[in-house]
Write a protein that binds this ligand. Sequence first.
Ligand code: GLN
Length: 528
Amino acid sequence: MVTGGVVSSIGKGITAASIGRILRSYGVDVTAIKIDPYLNWDSGTLNPYQHGEVFVTDDGMETDLDLGHYERFLDVELSGESNITTGKVYSAVINKERKGDFLGACVQIIPHITDEIKSMIREISSKTQAEVVLVEVGGTVGDIESQPFLEALRQLRNEEGHDNVMFVHVTYVPYLKAAGEFKTKPTQHSTKELRSTGINADIIVCRSELPIDSHIKDKIAHFCDVERKAVLNAPDAHSIYEVPLILNSEDMGEYVLDRLKIKAHKPDLYEWSRIVESLKSYDSRVSVGIIGKYVELEDAYISIREALKHAAAQLGTKVDIEWVRAEDTINMDRIRHFDAMLIPGGFGERGITGKLDAVRYSVENDIPLFGICLGMHAMVIEFARMNGFEGANSTEFDKNAKHPVIDIMLEQKKIKNMGGTMRLGSYPCKLKEGTIARNAYKQDLVDERHRHRYEYNNEYRQELEDKGLIISGVSPDDFLVEMVELKDHPWFLGCQFHPEFKSRPNNAHPIFVSFVQAAVDNRKNRIG
Ligand code: GLN
């Protein structure tokens, strides 16, 4: 169980994912759960400005971005049930109450809500048959929202036995410049707060800007009632992928396995170290502009950022990402130096003008352009406008568009609710011979994750193909356009799905690799 203290955003998710990666390196089978103590049923309706990207699982659940870290670090596919929210717990309990399942009992947080939480965790444990289930509790210890969850985890420790449940508390140890020292008091306070819920931390992971001194660890062990060797330090790392190596150099793996009495073979972090090395060593650089709406918060596009890194590492290059706000018309001077551009997914009209500008610029200047979901929509709209379909648009932005080249899906027309009602999750896509997509994937049929309401309008299929648009991917029944490309353009590819969710540090996504390669080639052509 991984809890957090002192402040938010200290990398609890990365810590949990790193523990998972370490255990996997010992050959232990691990799965992970993220608890989000908010009332939303899932993160689908949350504004990315607040919680960052909405991560989509294969089974079509809209989840917290930490599931993305888990999938990338553990190299597994998680089910949407791995994201437990207060909303899901309460609605399950209320549904049972309405059915009369509680036989007249007064329904309460203890035991009914806590029982539901425990049963959700156990369900995943038994479904996955994993040896270790990592459970990360979102928020900071002391939040009102997380109390029922901490209480459930405390109960779980008693029910499953102390040898089977352990707690890792992640805190922050600030360095006070004026005093010239690290301060342990916030960590002391937050472990005390945790203890007040009946939970004693087994391990304390101290996040810090710089490595902390040994006597600081002594002090934390002493005041926070943990073994000295269980105080681990995770100073800011060059890359998030270094964290498993850092924590394991502090013997995290040995300690956890010992404490949970799990027998394992020697750890093998060789492949992981190689990945970390390849992320650091490169012999060229390319600049990629991301033209998006939520550019102030990089977490809003976290899987795209990671997928670009994975692809760059595979190609021995480095991608320098520049974020361009797409709200208004784009000043071309802002984007002229890009080796390639990417338009990510999004919702609503705000920011569309800038995206269309970027598409036109790419078409006119042969700049590689990668459009994902809404990005693909922008590519189709602008391409149509440039080819005589004046007033082409998506009905998402203009219900009465003269040429609705992107339109709402038929089955979406009747839906009124916002949450969980899009076309979500994994669907197959059939690729056309001789296209960039087919050459990248080297397969005829691929499965990718979706999250959309609008789609390419088939009434404009032939007409736009005649103008040079290539439909390079379709659903197996040929109905839904999944990918578009452009004749006589070095690299222009839009996809209806979100390939970024399936990229892994050890297995970069083929489309991202192809895209970054196009950026490298374009740079060579331009600069030599
Ligand atoms: N807003 C668009 C739709 O619903 C695109 C969604 C996305 O980019 N994920 O189809």
